[in-house]
Design a protein around this ligand. Sequence first.
Ligand SMILES: C[S@@+](CC[C@H](N)C(=O)[O-])C[C@H]1O[C@@H](n2cnc3c(N)ncnc32)[C@H](O)[C@@H]1O
Length: 227
Amino acid sequence: MNCDDTRRNDRQLSRSSFRHLVSLLFRRRFSFRDRQYRLADQQAVTLDSAPENWHESFIEHLASVLKPRVCVELGLYRCELFNRIISHAQRLIGVDINAEAGNWMAKSDKVQFVHSTTDEFAATLREHPILIDMLFIDADHSKRAVLRDFWNFFPFVSPQGIIILHDTHPKNNDYTQPGYCGNAYKAIEELSRHTDLFEIMTIPVHPGLTLCRKRTTQLSWMEVGIY
Ligand SMILES: C[S@@+](CC[C@H](N)C(=O)[O-])C[C@H]1O[C@@H](n2cnc3c(N)ncnc32)[C@H](O)[C@@H]1O
């Protein structure tokens, strides 16, 4: 092979490696874009396809499986969820700062309406403790209030009890305003760091529902104090 041949071969080689590099780059960019498109598609499905109140059927079903002895809901509005759970729990307490909420509560000797702030109710529990098997936090949706509700009521949640938090995955920035989901999602970001006392996960469907289990052992029947 003479010098010219070698140079020609070198040029061919560098041209083909250049083409290979370009094809790799394009392939990378294409698959990255492809992934972005696919993610956008998935988000369109997960964020917009469910009705706003999908949490009601979900929590009702959960209650029908768990059959909690004591169920507490913080923030009732018109008791739409609360009333659906009555048949699945032994005792239910609903708390709302607005007295109107009590008018929506179905009549039953299992239910109790507490007309107060969640803070005031937590103070009452410190005097007269109860054990809560299922707690639904859905009152003030600011990060500060959600964290306060969580830690104020945590001592009263039974070992292996379930805590549910609403409005924790708003579909866009507009929904993070105080009148809607607020910045409750930031409370979840913070709580997610404390996984020794509980496990926690969020269903990323607008407006978002976070499930939390108070536990120190994975197997419920190994938990000290459960039986
Ligand atoms: C989003 S609504 C509750 C909806 C209800 N959980 C459901 O799923 O149908 C929020 C309720 O929390 C109540 N609320 C807001 N801040 C509160 C507080 N600090 N203490 C008690 N209730 C509060 C409001 O009056 C309102 O009725």
